[in-house]
Design a protein around this ligand. Structure first.
Ligand SMILES: NC(=O)C1=CN([C@@H]2O[C@H](COP(=O)(O)OP(=O)(O)OC[C@H]3O[C@@H](n4cnc5c(N)ncnc54)[C@H](O)[C@@H]3O)[C@@H](O)[C@H]2O)C=CC1
Ligand SMILES: CC(=O)C(=O)O
Ligand SMILES: [Mg+2]
Length: 372
């Protein structure tokens, strides 16, 4: 199969979708890998590293896309990339479509087959291609939040660990999944006073058992959210309803109850965000202030630590990439019931129910699409 790996073009996105190690696996099975010149540089891989793995380096981005059957990316296609997609392409990347109507319609119009990393499942009910980047983003969320609390960033001037004789800052994490647990672990490590809110009792049980009372667990209700808003120096938004737009859990009206200079880090921004006042930001300008509250809403947080993130992401994606290359998308999805929910768009139709629902569209059943 002809496989292309473009250089990412989203703001400050330095990850790459395939490492030289992955390229070697593919070329060793007889596939042709085209890597855009410089695509791996941000993650520490040179063009010659890819050439040594049997890949071909292509400087002409139009030719790269035109000749490919399978396109491997990290972030959702930007508008100039959507324009390059055709019905001959299978695109494998993060999509987060429920928050992006224009992108959804653009991908439908392209006729391409679009498979999203973030909706692939596993036997334990997890999201194995989201998890590694959620781990990174959760860990970064506390760094970003702690920095945003500094006065020069518009913050309240609270140091999360406190000092002897001065109480630590309070951190509330809404959503105790992969992002939430990793954020809580980092906040705990810093010495902050940490609470996790979740709707899942089973998840709260796991966290309670794992952290033995060092992290407070609270069932998420409107009352619990009101309380969190009044008390917290830093709130991290980490909820997810897979594939769907995030629920707005903190409204603008609630911000008046927060201490001025407190910080909201909305990691769930890639699914539209869980604070009413969130809007996507970039690493170039990560924060803004609404009603005295600092908001950090970067939709590609792991892009900033591209070396670690690329290695973590590609470890998880490689088996799926190999299946797509060896079998073609239809067989690969048909053979694996956990890969099948990755199919978000095919032949102009949305094939993921929560995405279709977000925009009032009809969805096609992915199982019948792959059976065709
Ligand atoms: N901004 C960025 O760069 C990145 C963003 N993310 C995003 O972070 C979000 C969280 O991802 P994961 O932790 O992997 O998901 P997850 O599925 O592991 O965890 C989500 C948690 O939210 C809980 N939840 C759902 N609705 C809730 C509610 N109303 N109140 C309280 N808890 C609720 C669930 O029970 C679950 O425990 C996703 O939107 C993901 O796409 C992930 C990586 C990078
Ligand atoms: C999950 C995601 O959107 C990212 O890693 O950028
Ligand atoms: Mg996005």
């Amino acid at each position: 199969m002809e496989i292309a790996v473009p250089k990412e073009i989203k703001n400050h996105e330095y990850r790459v979708a395939l490492t030289p190690t992955g390229a070697r696996e593919l070329t060793g099975r007889g596939h042709t890998v085209w890597i855009q010149a410089g695509a791996g540089e941000g993650a520490g891989f040179s063009d010659s590293d890819y050439e040594a793995a049997g890949a071909k380096v292509e400087a002409d981005v139009e030719a790269l896309w035109q000749n490919a059957e399978l396109i491997l990316k990290v972030k959702e296609p930007q508008s100039e990339e959507v324009a390059r997609l055709t019905p001959n392409h299978t695109l494998f990347t993060y999509l987060h479509l429920a928050a992006e109507e224009t992108l959804t319609k653009g991908l439908m119009a392209s006729g391409a087959t679009c498979i999203a990393y973030e909706t692939i499942t596993d036997v334990r009910g997890g999201l194995p291609l989201l998890a590694p980047m959620s781990t990174v983003a959760g860990r970064m969320a506390v760094q970003a939040g702690a920095h945003s609390l500094e006065k020069a960033q518009g913050g309240s001037g609270v140091l999360l660990p406190g000092v002897p004789g001065v109480a630590p800052g309070k951190v509330t994490v809404i959503g105790g999944g992969v992002v939430g647990e990793n954020a809580a672990r980092m906040a705990l490590g810093l010495g902050a006073d940490v609470t996790i809110l979740d709707k899942s009792i089973a998840r709260l049980e796991v966290l309670d058992d794992r952290y033995q009372g060092r992290i407070r667990t609270v069932y998420s209700t409107a009352d619990a959210l009101d309380q969190a808003v009044k008390e917290s120096d830093l709130i991290i938004g980490a909820v997810l309803i897979p594939g769907a737009a995030a629920p707005k859990l903190v409204t603008r009206a609630m911000l008046v109850d927060m201490q001025p200079g407190s910080v909201l880090v909305d990691v769930a921004i890639d699914q539209g965000g869980c604070f009413e006042t969130s809007k996507p930001t970039t690493h170039a300008e990560p924060t803004y202030i609404v009603d005295g509250i600092v908001h950090y809403c970067v939709a590609n947080m792991p892009g900033a630590v591209a070396r670690t993130s690329t290695l973590g992401l590609t470890n998880a994606t490689l088996p799926f990439v190999l299946a797509l290359a060896d079998k073609g998308w239809q067989r690969a999805l048909k053979d694996d019931p956990h890969f099948l929910p990755g199919l978000n768009i095919h032949g102009g139709q949305v094939t993921y129910h929560a995405v279709a629902e977000a925009f009032g569209l009809e969805s096609a059943d992915p199982a019948s699409v792959v059976a065709r």
